[in-house]
Design a protein around this ligand. Structure first.
Ligand SMILES: Cc1cc2nc3c(=O)[nH]c(=O)nc-3n(C[C@H](O)[C@H](O)[C@H](O)COP(=O)(O)O)c2cc1C
Length: 222
């Protein structure tokens, strides 16, 4: 697979084949490749929890329960701006409406929206869940490094025919997730990720997000 094909063909997959297993050796192979990601002074600030079976089910149960009870949780760090403005709010809406449109969900239909969003906590049916943590005394530079690690992992997965969905949806429930991971209090939850084989029948996986043209974000000098 060409690097450009892996990048351009990657998408967030939100329906996986639950019964198509992914061996630990495969996951470790992906992590080994992702671990080659660059980081300032090579400090490699990532910690990864590979979660399956009962452990995964406990996280699903606890987070789904909180979400469905209307408990929005409270993240340790803000993934999104606290005050939304254009152009970001417009792009965010476009993504949400696009997904709901494809699924035939009216965004005012709260039960339907909840039934969709709770799929996050079921890892969209994926057989493997990953959770990424970072020592809380690391600075913003390490979070830059972390992004490169995550993308490397998602691209390496594609080479194996695997797909992924990074998930910040778990961050508001870090106080539920981290104890279930057995993570020490020095660590913060960066995000979760579902990993598995895409369900080829699932309509939701047909969703393709648009991108800005280069002109919209590139400035040339000289
Ligand atoms: C760090 C991170 C966290 C994300 N969290 C979620 C999430 O909780 N749930 C979800 O459905 N998608 C999540 N996404 C997926 C984004 O919505 C998706 O990347 C974006 O809409 C672009 O679409 P694409 O990944 O299909 O190219 C996340 C993506 C990233 C990079």
């Amino acid at each position: 697979m060409r690097v450009s094909d892996a990048i351009v063909g990657r998408q967030s997959v939100r329906a996986f084949c639950p019964d198509k297993p992914v061996a630990d050796t495969v996951i470790d192979g992906l992590l080994e490749i992702a671990g080659r990601a660059p980081s300032g002074s090579n400090i490699q600030p990532w910690q990864v929890y590979v979660v399956r079976g009962e452990h995964k089910a406990r996280i699903t149960e606890a987070c789904s329960k909180r979400y469905l009870a209307g408990d929005e949780g409270s993240p340790e760090y803000f993934y999104y701006p606290q005050s939304w403005r254009e152009p970001y709010i417009g792009r965010r809406r476009q993504t949400g409406f696009g997904l709901y449109g494809l699924l035939g969900i009216d965004r005012h239909d709260t039960p339907a929206v909840q039934a969709y969003r709770v799929l996050n906590y079921q890892f969209f049916g994926a057989p493997v869940a990953l959770f990424f943590t970072i020592d809380r005394d690391m600075e913003q530079g390490s979070w830059v490094d972390y992004g490169m690690f995550l993308q490397s992992l998602m691209l390496a997965a594609r080479e194996q025919g695997l797909e992924t969905c990074a998930q910040a949806a778990f961050c508001p429930y870090y106080d539920t997730v981290m104890p279930l991971l057995g993570a020490p209090s020095e660590q913060m939850l960066v995000c979760g990720m579902s990993v598995g084989y895409a369900d080829p029948e699932a309509v939701i996986n047909d969703y393709r997000t648009p991108r800005l043209t280069v002109d919209a974000f590139r400035t040339r000098l000289g």
